[in-house]
Write a protein that binds this ligand. Structure first.
Ligand code: SAH
Length: 230
């Protein structure tokens, strides 16, 4: 079977680092799915507006080499314990397929282009989408399910903004009114892998989100030091 992307998603996540490790963790962050010409038919979405959430089936298109390994180190376990790839949501898997439940914000049809706005996605900017399906509550939600090492959401840290970062938020508030909330949600999950977290509180980490280079340090909590325009 050969798969053809039906759409591509644009998201603020310009690099893999700091993307939440599952959907729904940063619900304020929005993305836009733009249908490819062969699938750009609004009829294909008739009735979908009545669903609050959708499944996205997509390709982890930026996995460095396409080799998969039977054992992976889930970040949830501090990166130092191995689990079978099929016991994890690792991106290093045969076929590189990902699946995420995201909130459906809107379906639009402007100048002949069908676009689906979603929020809370854990997808890199430019990720190819292979399929879209409605989330069906009575079958997809299993509150008594056991999820072993991933039973609870990951731990969160408080996020504070330096004066310099607050000035940057104020400067960009017109075009990015939710930036503070988005950064707080994203960074609260402490993106750095455990093995990188030396005890150096002065160490500055950085990531590209939108057209910003967001810089922070880890000092018991997360302190956003600066938000530079790229
Ligand atoms: N919810 C999905 C994805 C879980 S892994 C699933 O269970 O299948 C989520 C991680 O995938 C993100 O933190 C990000 O680092 C990585 N990722 C997202 N989009 C990607 C892409 N297009 N290529 C490679 N890695 C990607």
């Amino acid at each position: 079977m050969e798969l053809t992307p039906i759409a591509y998603i644009s998201t603020p996540y310009k690099e893999k680092f700091a993307i939440p490790r599952q959907p729904g963790l940063a619900p304020a962050v929005k993305g836009k799915i733009t249908m490819q010409p062969d699938f750009n038919d609004i009829n294909a979405f008739r009735g979908l507006e009545g669903f609050s959430h959708i499944w996205l089936i997509f390709q982890f298109h930026q996995v460095p080499d396409n080799k998969w390994t039977p054992l992976v180190r889930p970040p949830r376990l501090g990166g130092n314990k191995k689990k079978g790839v099929f016991a994890t949501r690792s991106t290093h898997r045969p076929n590189n397929l990902g699946m995420s439940v995201v909130r459906l914000e809107s379906i639009s049809h402007d100048n002949g282009q069908v676009c689906i706005e979603v929020s809370g996605m854990d997808l890199l900017d430019g990720t190819p989408i292979f399929d879209i399906k409605p989330y069906i509550q009575y079958v997809d939600s299993l509150p008594t399910a056991q999820s072993d090492f991933a039973q609870q959401p990951p731990m969160q840290l408080a996020v504070e903004f330096s004066e310099q970062a607050q000035r940057a938020l104020a400067r960009h508030s017109e075009h990015y009114p939710d930036l503070e909330q988005e950064l707080t949600q994203i960074l609260s999950f402490n993106p750095c892998p455990a093995y990188q977290q030396d005890k150096d509180e002065q160490r500055i980490y950085g990531v590209r989100l939108y057209d910003f280079n967001v810089k922070w340090r880890l000092c018991g909590h997360i302190e956003v030091c600066d938000i530079e325009t790229v």
